[in-house]
Design a protein around this ligand. Sequence first.
Ligand code: HEC
Ligand code: HEC
Length: 512
Amino acid sequence: MENKTKLLLASALIFIISVSFRQADEPALFTIPSNFPKPTYDFSKNPLTKEGIELGKTLFYDAALSKDNSISCGSCHQQSAGFTQHGHALSHGVGDHFTKRNSMPLANLAWGNSFGWDGGVHDLDLFAVSPITNPVEMDESLANVLEKLRYSSNYPQLFEKAFGTDEINTERFLKALSQFMLTMVSANSRYDKYMRYEGVELSPAEIQGMEIFKEKCSSCHSGQLFTDFKLRNNGLKLARNDDTGRFEVTQADEDKFKFKVPSLRNLTSTAPYMHDGRFTTLEEVLDHYASGVENSPTLDPILKQNGTLGIALTTDEKQKIITFLKTLDDDDFLNNNRFSESSGFSEFKPAKKDFFAEVVDLKTVSPQTKATLQQSLAAYLKIKNALVKKNTDLVAKETESFLAVLQKMDKTKLTPSQKDFFDKINEKLAFDGDHIIEGKPFYDHQSDHFGDFSKSFYLMMASFKPNKTTLYYYYCSNSAQNWVSDKANESNSALLNNKCGSVQMKTILPKL
Ligand code: HEC
Ligand code: HEC
């Protein structure tokens, strides 16, 4: 009975709060799930609007926020990977530099009270400054980003729609990003539906797992968000990169190696785990708690009770906890179009230049290399078509044939510097190719890696163009077009003719 009264009270509160965010005739922009507590974010200082969220989303997926226009927030926070960076223990940014830490999942940020693995930022509105200015992330200055936006063809209008005038300033920029991120609520897992009595039952093993979890894990991973938002040391062995966590913010010895207790939603999609991505499976995580916890002055007292290190867990208990954790996967969240990059590869436009014709024209390479290039181009076009059809099995299959063709490249006639270039590009293509294949169930994910793949591939094709000393590589972040040209000023006409939302990147490729 008492629970029922609580539930009733909670739903009344939620009704009131959700109504206050509702515009006339529009669906609510933000609703508090009935099994969640009250958010901590102060919405009154940044009221959500449809246009503000839309602007935030455009910014989130715009590579113009980085120095060479190559990395967007979405590059490291990919929806299909629970908004982490798929396949990366340490996330990587501009110029393929690796950051020190594993990209964090973005979900339910409205409930957070500190952000980053070390909880160093207390206001979500201020967080974006850190990735933008960090030299190994986006390596750009805020002033430059704002300049790029001011001179773009689309942003002044988007800011006007969101904020009433076309003024583009730091506060508006950051607030719009927050608006989008705040809408990323993950609360539709089987567990949530079970908690909200929405007709979902959990299996006996899942329920047992939940009970064991409550007893052994929920002192830190507590409540419906599965975190108490505190900074704690969970006994990880010292990592190579000497990351001292919270200590880096406070310089207080008692904060050494403390990291924010992360939420445990969508774990199936967010591997690898921990601040440095050291564990690739949940089995490894559970083994850590059962037998890998290392003692240190700041180790959380919960993990050294009665003089024993770690949490006692049998093999069966570990498996049941994992079974339970999987009930926190939220497919609605991972596939919801509201959070997806709108101009993705479903609208993929062909490369501006007809590379096929150019390859046919090549006179400088051996017939075998030329044949390989033609075959790989044909294979590449097949991947692209399969992506447009959203046939992910076919995408994987065509990618495999593409990589097989590349293996046949005759490198005997290349100069050492050419060979070096090709080895590097091939390595990159193989890396992205593997990720395309690996991401088979996720169309978004395959498309993401195909973007990187296209860049390398175009560079490779372009490098065969005879008699050119410099080649420019253009990246059109809004329409997903990439092309290579020998003209330095093509980006301007591209801006006008192709409605590229943001400034183009040029990578200069020395003549081989
Ligand atoms: C190069 C990869 C990279 C890029 C680009 C990037 N992030 Fe992150 N993001 C990370 C990493 C790594 C962390 C953890 C940072 C830390 O602990 O120091 C993180 C953490 C966060 C968090 C904190 C989440 C939490 O629960 O505490 C937010 C919010 C966030 N990023 C938003 C953004 C936004 C907005 C952008 C674009 C302006 C962006 N990120 C760009 C890698 C990236
Ligand atoms: C003493 C507090 C504490 C307890 C108890 C605890 N954890 Fe954690 N957990 C943490 C902290 C802190 C981190 C982040 C550590 C880091 O990355 O340096 C973490 C990280 C994790 C992660 C990685 C999540 C990610 O996104 O990378 C998983 C999974 C996890 N814990 C599961 C569990 C399970 C299952 C239990 C019970 C067997 C448990 N934890 C018990 C504090 C705790």
